[in-house]
Design a protein around this ligand. Sequence first.
Ligand code: SF4
Length: 80
Amino acid sequence: MWETNWRASAGCRGTDPELFFPIGSGTSFPTVAQSEEAKAVCGRCPVVRECLDWALNVAVEGIWGGTTEAERRAIRRRSA
Ligand code: SF4
């Protein structure tokens, strides 16, 4: 079981969760713009490392740890 106590310090607490789940194709302007907005929140988050480690080890959709699903797949491939 993964430790998730870091969530208590999450920089996205109080942010609309929908921001982190862009709808649409990965390269469409609204999707990219929403992803970048969510990543900016992650960029100010004190637990971004813990969040990314968690997201790399569980199958989750959306923006976590400052990365998209596709970016996490690429990280997993590189480290395989
Ligand atoms: S890294 Fe992003 S998604 Fe993860 S807890 Fe921080 S703000 Fe939320």
